[in-house]
Design a protein around this ligand. Sequence first.
Ligand SMILES: NC(=O)c1ccc[n+]([C@@H]2O[C@H](COP(=O)([O-])OP(=O)(O)OC[C@H]3O[C@@H](n4cnc5c(N)ncnc54)[C@H](O)[C@@H]3O)[C@@H](O)[C@H]2O)c1
Ligand SMILES: [Zn+2]
Length: 351
Amino acid sequence: MKPTFQLRDYPIFVGDLLDFFPNWIQKQAYSQYFIITDEHTRRQCLQPFLDGTGLDSDMPGVTIPAGERFKNMATCEQIWQAMFDAGLDREALVINLGGGVIGDMGGFCAATYKRGVDFIQVPTTLLSMTDAAAGGKLAVDFQGIKNAVGLFKNPAAVFVEPVFLDTLPARELRSGFGEVIKHAMIGDPALWDRIVKLDSLDGVNWFDFLNPSIAVKVKVVEEDPLEKGLRAVLNFGHTIGHALESYYLHTASPLAHGEAVAIGMVCEAELAPKKAKLRTGELISIVQRFYPHRVVPESALPELWNLMQQDKKNAAGAVRMALPDAEPYTLHLMDLTYEDLARSLMVCNML
Ligand SMILES: NC(=O)c1ccc[n+]([C@@H]2O[C@H](COP(=O)([O-])OP(=O)(O)OC[C@H]3O[C@@H](n4cnc5c(N)ncnc54)[C@H](O)[C@@H]3O)[C@@H](O)[C@H]2O)c1
Ligand SMILES: [Zn+2]
């Protein structure tokens, strides 16, 4: 069957694994397979994955602890060690079965193991299906800084199998929905209108949201694979969102990635220039409907600012944020001051 999206370097298949995977793998000539899971995806997703692909259950692999806290060099060492222990050669295929953490870190380990082996992304969260699995950005966190060490390397293929969402906790669905909102705002007014009309995330048929959301991501990364221009727009909500995510990571109440991005989008949209004509009012009501309110204390500001200064988009000491425009696929870059951050968080706190 034809891929749902054919990018320059690789296909993305959306739908039943059984319809796509056996046919695809038959045309490849990999020497070995190696599967990376976390403790949850091993339990919830491995069996359906094996059923859908026909691969052997005793292929070598590694299971790592779940969560962003483990997206670091120490876990990479475990993964590389398991690859060496399994005797993987350069013709092997690494299978990343999990959310964005597994995709980013498994891809990073595969892309650097013996100077690089092929890998496929089999995303199991809404966030990774709609966003992280496509685009070839791979990274791990370093000394508390998100995605500080990494590279661009495309997967050999991406397989988006919506059935994995059946076991995904509601909070994780909500997190992934943050990126769906972002994509709609960047490039798809029709998708936006459907989101505006949504009352609840319960019982949503995610399949209907996956294709349009992935389509926006694909269009942006194909146009600007190495983030020289337009691709920065995918960082909407992330300048402030990433800082919030890092800030809360080691507290008793961490924010999921998409939850942090949802707050970040509202804050950043508040600071957007009028000429961007963003639908900020609608964005606020969507975020209020689906996300719990989080008051960010004023005492957090210096640390948040410090974290934002590490952001990779920055140039010459300024903190730079990326904003979309009412016109699809348009980017605005804006430098942010400490006062802007304080003001926008105050607005968010009062919502
Ligand atoms: N590379 C990119 O372009 C890109 C884009 C967006 C986000 N990201 C990265 O993605 C990460 C966040 O991804 P995420 O939200 O998928 O987090 P995650 O990988 O930590 O998954 C969230 C939780 O859900 C569990 N889980 C995953 N699939 C499941 C399933 N089907 N059933 C039950 N539980 C399941 C995981 O074990 C984990 O506990 C961040 O590190 C972020 O930086 C990368
Ligand atoms: Zn994101």
